[in-house]
Design a protein around this ligand. Structure first.
Ligand code: GLU
Length: 510
């Protein structure tokens, strides 16, 4: 392993620029634990080296980016106790920090590449490219862009663009030789250029792709060290080509090992909840989650594993990272969490934790009207509302049924519900009602029959507090987690079924 000495560290020379690092989430879904892991490592690196930590929002995917998702990411990172020196909310000297507000910067940079002959316009239509891919698939070739516009005369290209013809701009990638670069954690790495497609840099709507925006921003924001997930390794050659094209010095690259499920597959919500909000709602403490993420990728030492943020920063050294994918072991997370609850809080402190978590007056006042009509004595409260204060609710298998339908059919409907909820900006009672009515109608079911298994999945019991309001109070993450557990309890869905179902889901969105 190579050491990752950085400027700003005691060994660095004074002339080198101070460390600047960033985390660059795309606001396209739930705040992911992987984002927190990268944010934490960047934060610790910046603190360790007396540098600055930037938060940049990469919202160039217009269809998938959502402002709510950006807010949720910022809020969940703050909950974890992380803070950034520059970002869309706090500003800073290199802003704006939201890529959708930097479009002219990218367009100017693309113009530079076009002028220098390092990029070219592609006038292929969507249909032509789809036909190309289909033909390549048919003849079992790799599906690559065939560079059909690469040699178009630049004058003609400019003229066609001027006349308003729709086009993208692609990076001119060499067809021979290889790209070699150094990863601070992995040493010298190389890739053959012939395996790399002429990457689209600017889409036909004038928005940049990830690659262009990422490189331009890392440079303009003075990022010295790119610390991110291993899944971006394959993008490095394209990025290096861009740095060279602009005449810029590339930053140092440190690709962190991916978080994995227990079976060593890439951490995915199919197997583990991945949303930070789920862990929060399930009663994990931010200190425990940060501690747990901080231990990821760091070779397990013999010593104390319960480490606060400051301890993590003090002992932080990227060169200690073990590259064998760290397992996101929820048992270990629970063990750590239990230690924080026991060791860091006296009973009064625990009461405060509980109140902040789900038992504030405000939270109880939202539950009270749902429980009140069903209480004969105050002591009925406990059994009636237990599902608001639990993670798993352990439904009886026999209760999880849909009148006249097979278990798989029910599992499919529950899975569709999960995906649809995922697409909602927020889950409120009205959306929940619409969701269930829609699913009932599409599946030729009475709403009453369909709500029953949802009650069971969400509250553990066939009858409970009103379903839609209950879903609103539990929130999107906890509801999805319970529906997912119900799908598993019903025997799960085979890969084939899931694929077919995904198509159905996509069609219903179109
Ligand atoms: N927007 C990318 C992501 O969502 C950033 C990758 C990078 O750090 O370069 O992970």
């Amino acid at each position: 392993m190579t050491s990752s000495t950085a400027p700003g560290s005691p060994e660095s020379t004074p002339s080198e620029p101070a460390v600047r690092v960033r985390v660059a989430p795309s606001p396209t879904g739930d705040p992911h634990v992987g984002t927190a892991y990268q944010a934490l490592f960047n934060y610790a690196f910046a603190r360790r080296h007396g540098g600055r930590f930037i938060l940049r929002i990469e919202d160039t995917d217009r269809e998938r980016s959502r402002h709510e998702s950006e807010l949720a990411i910022l809020e969940s990172l703050r909950w974890l106790g992380l803070s950034w020196d520059e970002g869309p909310d706090v500003g800073g000297p290199s802003g704006p920090y939201r890529q959708s507000e930097r479009l002219t910067i990218y367009q100017e940079h693309v113009a530079q590449l076009l002028n220098a002959g390092l990029a070219y316009r592609d006038f292929s239509t969507r249909e032509e490219l789809a036909a190309l891919r289909a033909a390549q698939r048919e003849s079992k070739e790799q599906t690559n862009y065939d560079q059909r516009y690469r040699d178009l005369d630049p004058g003609e290209s400019a003229q066609r663009a001027e006349s308003g013809e729709s086009h993208t701009v692609r990076l001119l990638v060499p067809n021979d030789g290889e790209c070699e670069w150094r990863d601070e954690l992995r040493g010298i790495t190389s890739r053959e250029w012939s395996l790399i497609d002429d990457q689209i840099l600017l889409k036909s709507d004038g928005f940049p792709t990830y690659h262009l925006a990422n490189v331009v921003d890392d440079h303009l924001m003075g990022v010295t060290d790119v610390i991110r997930g291993e899944e971006w390794m394959n993008s490095v050659p394209k990025h290096i080509l861009l740095y060279q094209g602009f005449g810029w010095e590339p930053p140092r690259f440190h690709h962190l090992p991916l978080l994995r499920n227990n079976d060593r597959s890439k951490l995915s919500k199919r197997k583990n909840p991945t949303s930070i909000n789920y862990y929060r709602r399930a009663g994990f403490l931010p200190e425990a989650l940060v501690n747990f993420l901080g231990l990821m990728g760091v070779s397990q030492s013999e010593g104390e594993e319960k480490l606060g943020l400051e301890d993590l920063i003090d002992g932080f050294d990227l060169s200690n990272i073990s590259l064998g994918g760290p397992v996101f072991d929820t048992e270990k997370l629970r063990w750590l969490n239990a230690r924080y609850i026991r060791e860091e809080h006296d009973p009064a402190g625990l009461v405060k934790l509980l109140r902040d978590w789900a038992m504030s007056d405000e939270a109880l006042e939202r539950i009270a009207p749902l429980a009140q009509p069903r209480l004969e004595t105050l002591s009925d409260w406990g059994a009636l509302t237990v599902h608001f204060f639990a993670d798993d609710v352990h439904p009886q298998e026999g209760d999880l049924t849909l009148k006249g339908r097979e278990a798989t059919e029910l599992a499919e409907i529950l899975q569709l519900a999960i995906w649809r909820i995922e697409g909602f900006a927020a889950l409120d009672a009205e959306r929940a009602r619409e969701l269930l009515s829609g699913l009932a109608e599409e599946n030729d079911l009475k709403l009453r029959d369909l709500t029953r298994p949802f009650y069971v999945a969400i509250s553990g019991k066939p009858a409970s507090t009103p379903l839609f309001e209950t879903m609103e109070i539990l929130g999107s993450d906890m509801v999805r987690s319970r529906l997912k557990r119900a799908v598993d309890l019903l025997g799960g869905l085979s890969k084939k079924k899931l694929k077919a179902l995904e198509k159905r889901h996509a069609a219903s969105r179109a």
